[in-house]
Design a protein around this ligand. Structure first.
Ligand SMILES: Cc1cc2nc3c(=O)[nH]c(=O)nc-3n(C[C@H](O)[C@H](O)[C@H](O)COP(=O)(O)OP(=O)(O)OC[C@H]3O[C@@H](n4cnc5c(N)ncnc54)[C@H](O)[C@@H]3O)c2cc1C
Length: 415
């Protein structure tokens, strides 16, 4: 049996994601936490050329990070490597439930395993609809990418990853079936709706889209080339690689402030590069950032290029947008937090979207297609908070329950 080794750090949310992928496949692994060990950190860097975690090995082969692992898991290659052919795994369960034509019929399919998805799961399972929730690559969603959750009423100072795991447990306890899989195709022009994933095809009476949002990239030269080699989108994961080094954080919102403050645990200096002359972040986070001696601000500026020596980041080309002056700023790492884009490509041309590609919903969370609902950051470009995503997920679930009751000529409570 091949041996899986995973190198992690203390605060690494992407590592939690990779662990949950392996757990969902019932695969054992050895975790090697390199936090605090400069020697092991350097060893990993030398072995893989990477300055990010997790780094995963199967036997002696370097597999890559959590994204690479997710790709292996979705494509079935991970099962093949372990000669499992679905035995005792998700596939066996799927085959058992299938109607023989490969199309499994469900009342409700929830697409997305973040705050909105799990809230929808809790509500639809309590309505006895036996929902199926398909998680996508990012089990736990964006909340699994941050450290503490400070503003969800009743959960002051809670670890965000634990909070979202609790939501999943709660949804499962009431009967939500959670599958680690990715939706690759939908057909909402027929009813029951057709939903296809890597592993299986389904029919559903109602669908709730909770696919959230992903970090926006800068799309500048050097960004992709030096990804994981000094360019990062997760301070809590990769900060440890930059002890006593100089870092740039790009952005001016809450996420940029939180992550910059976190990076001061390791870095000698953190420069926040922001395109405007004032921040968008909430007042409390602005004050924390301004008070931090290690944080300095480079106002009205953008990063035009990330430069390196072929192996790792060495500098950033900055441009002042007011004066057009440019300078090469020597730097060891660039952390990017410039907002999010909604995960809606799957629904292009099918579901109505606004000019920024967010799904348009009415006040019952219904999309332009009756029976298809949307909730969370996939439609909300204003609030984008866990509590609003959770609330929308609950509302979408109640609407889906009502839709199915009407479809089946069942009385709906309160009608
Ligand atoms: C760094 C950071 C810190 C934050 N801190 C806070 C905070 O302190 N407080 C707060 O209230 N909010 C915070 N937020 C915002 C909050 O996390 C989001 O508003 C919330 O997670 C949105 O939930 P969601 O379920 O709509 O989407 P997401 O959390 O984005 O979840 C989307 C889900 O959809 C899945 N998915 C995507 N495509 C597919 C597909 N094709 N098939 C199947 N599944 C798919 C993904 O895998 C994921 O599981 C933070 C966000 C970030 C990035």
């Amino acid at each position: 049996m091949p041996r899986i080794k995973m190198y992690t750090t203390d605060f690494c949310s992407y590592c939690n994601r990779a662990k949950r992928i392996l757990e969902s496949k019932n695969l054992e692994f050895e975790e090697i936490n390199i936090h605090g060990s400069a020697e092991m950190r350097d060893e990993i860097e030398e072995l893989t050329g990477r300055r990010d975690v997790p780094q995963i090995f199967i036997d002696q082969a370097h597999i890559g990070d959590d994204d690479d692992l997710a790709e292996l898991a979705f494509s079935g290659k991970l099962d093949e490597m372990f000669n499992r052919e679905g035995e005792g795994t998700q596939m066996e369960e799927i085959k058992k439930n299938s109607d023989g034509n490969g199309l499994e019929e469900r009342n409700v399919i929830i697409i997305g395993g973040g705050t909105a998805g799990f809230a929808a799961g809790i509500y639809t399972s309590r309505a006895m609809l036996e929902p199926l929730l398909i998680t996508g690559d990012a089990l736990g969603g964006q909340l699994s990418l941050t450290l503490d959750l400070e503003n969800y009423p009743g959960f002051f100072g809670t670890e965000a990853a634990k909070f979202i795991q609790g939501m999943q447990e709660q949804a499962e306890r009431f009967g939500t079936e959670v599958r680690f899989d990715r939706v690759t195709e939908v057909d909402f022009n027929r009813h029951p709706f057709y939903v296809k994933t890597y592993d299986q095809a389904y029919l559903a009476k109602a669908v709730i889209i909770c696919t959230g949002a992903s970090p926006r990239t800068l799309n500048i030269p050097g960004e992709e080339k030096y990804g994981g080699r000094g360019v990062s989108y997760c301070a809590t994961c990769d900060g440890f690689f930059f002890q006593e080094q100089r870092l740039i954080v790009v952005g001016g919102g809450d996420a940029a402030m939180e992550e910059a403050i976190f990076l001061t645990r390791y870095a000698s200096e953190v420069y926040i590069v922001h395109r405007r002359d004032q921040l968008r972040a909430s007042q409390i986070l602005q004050e924390r950032a301004f008070k931090n001696d290690k944080i300095k601000f480079i106002w009205s500026s953008i990063v035009e290029e990330i430069q390196g020596d072929g192996e790792k980041v060495t500098g950033a080309l900055l441009k002042n947008v007011e004066t057009d002056e440019t300078q090469v700023f020597p730097i060891d790492g660039v952390f990017i937090f410039v907002g999010h884009i909604p995960n809606t490509e799957l629904f292009e041309g099918v579901i109505e979207m606004d000019e920024q590609d967010y799904i348009v919903v009415d006040n019952l969370q219904s999309t332009n297609i009756e029976g298809v609902f949307a909730a969370g950051d996939v439609h909300d470009h204003v609030f984008r908070q866990a509590i609003t995503a959770g609330g929308a997920g609950a509302a979408a679930a109640i609407s889906a329950d009502k839709f199915i009751a009407e479809l089946e000529n069942r009385a709906y409570p309160g009608q």
